[in-house]
Design a protein around this ligand. Sequence first.
Ligand code: ARG
Length: 593
Amino acid sequence: TSTSASGSAQEPAAPALQGAGSVKQQISNLVALSLRATVPEVDVEPIVEVCTGKFGDYQCNNAMGLWSKVKGSGTSFKNPNAIGQAIAKNLPACDVIESASVAGPGFVNIVLSKSWVAKRIQDMLVNGITTWAPILPVKRVVLDFSSPNIAKEMHVGHLRSTIIGDTLARMFEFSNVEVLRRNHVGDWGTQFGMLIEFLFEKFPNWEELGSQAIGDLQVFYKASKQRFDEDAEFKDRAQQAVVRLQGGEEKYRAAWKKICEISRNEFDQVYKLLDVQLEEKGESFYNPYIPQVLEKLSSQGLIEESEGARVIFIQGHQIPLIVVKRDGGFNYASTDLAALWYRLNVEKAEWIIYVTDVGQQQHFDMFFKAARMAGWLPDPKEKKFPKTSHVGFGLVLGADGKRFRTRSTEVVRLGDLLDEAKSRSKIVDWTDEELEQTSKAVGYGAVKYADLKNNRLTNYTFSFDQMLSDKGNTAVYLQYAHARICSIIRKSNMDVEELKVSGNISLAHPDERVLGLYLIRYAEIVEEACTNLLPSVLCEYLYNLSEMFTRFYTNCQVVGSPEEPSRLLLCEATAVVMRQCFQLLGITPVYKL
Ligand code: ARG
């Protein structure tokens, strides 16, 4: 075997560096090698970003920080720029980087090699988009999302939680992380006493009832609540029913199950429409674990008596976290503590993520802190995992600027809303015969995208007209953009499948290079969206990609040009990446092959 004569710094990058992970990750690996050669005495993480200026594609920003560490320590470097020069020079020779230059106080601008970018795209076309999955530092995630409450309305907030949670799950799954999709339904609590008694009263034959027979469960809930408020004797019975249910009495358990089943059927219809997978592990599931979990916390001295309740005092919070109510019952917080304990110790999740409206932020903040006090979670300064995150989101507003409602009903019935999106999508001018199929994909996709494209923390205004417009940053516009690319490929007389293997992508034109470079950023975009739990990052990428494609297509003739084979492959790669974005956003692309 032959070794390079010019010494180790010139040796090609180790095989492990080739191919796997995002481009940013690969550049970081190369920079790490250079840093080790440049300042062996200092241990630093590479700082690599996408270039903002036009002198490079990626930049390494380590020089300035390193300078403040080494100056005055007898270093031979004269200034941060000199460190930057050394970092640039010590980058291992490899086929990834074309050149590196230093700007200002030591920014190292890295230009990627065109042929490497082209090869990466072609490899993806041959081996599939899964080869562009980022590598994340976790193996198993619990994603707690959707989580409506039994017999109460599943409102727009739950729709947001369902859509955001599903997208996050899809992005993690694409990144080869195991996701436990958990529906933490509110199926336990005092409201069941009144529901059960009302069921006995209204439907003496309740045991034989099918799941549709009660009719509208929300109406049922309201009526039983009214009865509860107006009749002291009924109220009394309802309260006893809670005790009997929690004591495990057969008849009460059966009635509770029936009510849950009816609710579940309604929820499942929505999940089916949205194509969302979820595993129900409701509050009741964790109920048996509560006493032992509280016992542990108690023995650690964390639980105190306060005004007849049992509570945990938490630094920075005026009001303590109540874990046993004054009447001796458990609550939302005690259930969440038991669930977290279970997820950490039984399910062995490294990252537990909760998707709810921002209104619940304080609850999550408090019980996360309680878990940290108990030593369940490491100090985030020392270790990254296991960890918990609350993915909060803002309100959905109507045209009047108030909380969104449809027609006269107080809340939005999700099924109705999706129906409306679907029927309105028919006005979209797609080919006639495909209308029925496409309207569902277009309509539901529009609802999802309108939600996901916003920074989730901001409130957004729900508008069918806006989300179904074929102009601007909408799913409909993106559907058209993608369908147009497919039709370009279809109309050419070349066989793209064959080109993938035999053809060659060249990125000679500046707009080809810009498009190619943006395509290969796909993995780091998914990585960022997962790391920061922000689906909007992926939406923004998808929209930008379609804009970049338009620029490329305007300035570079595809069909009939000498560059047709290469440019068709760029079209195909753009379509593949766009489809994968749709897939992660839970949107069905509509197109003809
Ligand atoms: N059922 C709750 C609600 O509708 C959401 C539950 C969120 N998950 C949790 N583990 N607390 O507000």
